[in-house]
Design a protein around this ligand. Structure first.
Ligand code: NZQ
Ligand code: MN
Length: 400
C-alpha cells in the first residue's frame, strides 16, 4: 500500500439543531462575519433568522450577502469580495447548498489575496489554455464556517470550489487546502426541507462522488472505505427520502453519505463524469446533480466496455454496495448489474431525463466535449482508462 491521507482539520457538528451553535462555533475564528447565502430558501424557511440570532447571541458583527444563485457566478463572488473588504470581515459563514459554500470559499480567498479592490477570483482558475500556473492560494485565506443545506456536493468537507464565468460559459473548479472549512455544520432540520427533485438530484451527486473516486486511478484505502459505505447508504436511503422527505433517519443517512463522499473526493478526486458535467452546466445552467444523472449510466457503460479486469472488479464491488448478490471476478455481465441498479434507482426517484430535456442541443456536443478536454484535465487524468475526444462525444451523444 502506498498512499497519503491529507485531510485538513475541520470540526464537524452533525445532528438536529446544530445550526443554533453556529455563533459559538464561528467565534473561535473571527468576530466580524460575512454571511453568504442564496436569494430565497434559507430566509423563507426561517434558518437565516436562526443563524443571525445565534450570531447575535455571541455579540459578533455580521454583514449579510444573499446574492448567490445555483452554479455560482464569478461576478457575484467578486462583488462579495468587495462587500467583505468594505466591512472588514475576518471570517466567512456559508449557509446553503454547494453554491453558497463555494461562493463563501471563493470570497475567503479573494479578500485575503487581492491587496486592493478590482481583483477577480477567475485569476485563480486554470482554464487549461493559457498556461496559467495553478495554486497561489495561501494560509492568508479567511477562515470559513460552512452550514450545508443540501446532501449532495460534500462542499462542507472538501477543499474544492467551482465557479462559472457566464460570458464564456466556462464552469471550472479549483482547489486549495486553505479553502477547507474550519468548521462545518450539518443540521438535519435544514436538509429535510429539500424538495423531492432537489433531494433526488443532490443524492445522485453523492453517488457519483463515491463511485467516481472508487473507480479512479488512485488506490486509496481510506477513500475506498468511505466510498463503499456512501454507495450503500445512498442505495438504501435515497428512495426513502424521495418518498417521504420527513423520514429523519433516512435524511440523516443521506447527510452522512454526503459527508463521507465529500471526504472521499478530497482524498481521491472525481473522474470523467465531473469533467463532462461542468461544461454542460456552464452552457445550460443545469443543476449539477441532475445533469450528472443524465450522463452517469452511459459513463458506467463506457468504462465497462473498456473490458479492463480491474475496472470490472470494481463494478462488482459497486454492485455489491448497491445491494446486489454478486461476487468476483468481474465480468461485463456482472458489472452491468450495477448499471441496471442505477437505472432502476433513477426511475424510482424520478430522474429519467436526458440531456436534451435540460436544453442541450446536438450541435453543441463537440464544443462541450472539447471544453471537458480543455479544463477537465485533472478529472480525465484520474479516469482509469485513456479518454479521447471521440469517447466524450460518444457518451454525450448517448446521453442526449
Ligand atoms: O438559492 P436558494 O434560494 O438558497 O435555494 C437553493 C437553490 O435554489 C435551494 N436549496 C438549497 N438548500 C435547500 C434549498 N431549498 C429548500 N431546502 C433546502 N434545504 O436549492 C437550489 C440549489 O442549491 P445549490 O446550492 O445550487 O445546490 P447544490 O448543493 O447541489 O450545489 C451545487 C453546486 O456545488 C458545486 C456544483 O458544481 C454546483 O455549482 N459542487 C461543489 C463541489 C465542492 N465544492 O466540493 C463538488 C461538487 O461536485 C459540485 O461540483
Ligand atoms: Mn459533484
Amino acid at each position: 500500500m502506498n498512499f497519503q491521507h491529507l485531510m485538513p482539520e475541520c470540526d464537524l457538528f452533525f445532528g438536529e439543531n446544530t445550526l443554533s451553535e453556529v455563533g459559538r462555533i464561528t467565534k473561535e475564528w473571527g468576530d466580524n462575519i460575512l454571511l453568504v447565502t442564496g436569494k430565497n430558501s434559507m430566509r423563507e424557511l426561517g434558518f437565516l433568522d436562526e443563524a443571525l440570532e445565534s450570531i447575535e447571541k455571541e455579540g459578533l458583527r455580521c454583514t449579510l450577502y444573499d446574492e448567490v444563485e445555483p452554479n455560482p457566478r464569478v461576478d457575484i463572488v467578486d462583488q462579495g469580495i468587495e462587500v467583505a473588504r468594505k466591512n472588514g470581515c475576518d471570517v466567512i459563514i456559508a449557509l446553503g447548498g454547494g453554491s453558497s459554500i463555494d461562493t463563501a470559499k471563493a470570497i475567503a480567498v479573494g479578500v485575503a489575496h487581492f491587496p486592493q479592490s478590482g481583483g477577480t477570483i477567475w485569476s485563480f482558475v486554470d482554464t487549461g489554455d493559457k498556461g496559467r500556473k495553478i495554486g497561489g492560494i495561501t494560509s492568508k485565506t479567511l477562515p470559513i464556517v460552512a452550514v450545508t443545506s443540501t446532501s449532495g456536493t460534500g462542499s462542507h468537507v472538501t477543499p474544492f470550489c467551482v465557479v462559472t464565468q457566464v460570458l464564456t460559459h466556462e464552469k471550472i473548479g479549483f482547489s486549495s487546502k486553505y479553502m477547507f472549512p474550519k468548521a462545518s455544520v450539518v443540521d438535519l432540520r435544514i436538509v429535510s426541507k429539500m424538495s423531492r427533485s432537489l433531494t433526488a438530484a443532490t443524492g445522485i451527486d453523492v453517488l457519483t462522488h463515491a463511485t467516481e473516486s472508487f473507480l479512479g486511478r488512485g488506490q486509496h484505502p481510506s477513500a475506498d472505505l468511505f466510498s463503499l459505505k456512501a454507495i450503500n447508504l445512498v442505495a438504501e436511503n435515497l428512495p426513502k427520502v424521495c418518498e417521504n422527505g420527513g423520514n429523519m433517519e433516512a435524511r440523516s443517512n443521506m447527510a452522512f453519505a454526503d459527508t463521507l463522499a465529500g471526504w472521499t473526493i478530497t482524498l481521491a478526486g472525481t473522474i470523467l463524469g465531473h469533467a463532462l458535467v461542468h461544461p454542460i452546466s456552464g452552457y445550460y445552467n443545469s443543476a449539477h446533480g441532475a445533469a450528472l444523472s443524465a450522463i452517469t449510466p452511459y459513463i458506467w457503460n463506457f468504462l465497462i466496455e473498456c473490458n479492463n479486469q480491474k475496472i470490472l472488479d470494481k463494478f462488482v464491488y459497486i454492485a455489491q454496495a448497491l445491494g446486489e448478490r454478486v461476487s468476483l471476478p468481474g465480468t461485463k455481465d456482472k458489472a452491468k448489474m450495477a448499471v441496471n441498479v442505477l437505472e432502476a434507482l433513477l426511475e424510482k426517484i424520478g430522474l429519467t431525463k436526458k440531456l436534451s430535456d435540460y436544453g442541450v442541443d446536438k450541435s453543441m456536443i463537440e464544443i462541450l466535449a472539447k471544453d471537458a478536454l480543455r479544463y477537465g484535465i485533472v478529472d480525465l487524468d484520474r479516469t482509469p482508462v485513456k479518454v479521447t475526444l471521440k469517447d466524450l462525444i460518444g457518451i454525450l451523444q448517448e446521453s442526449i
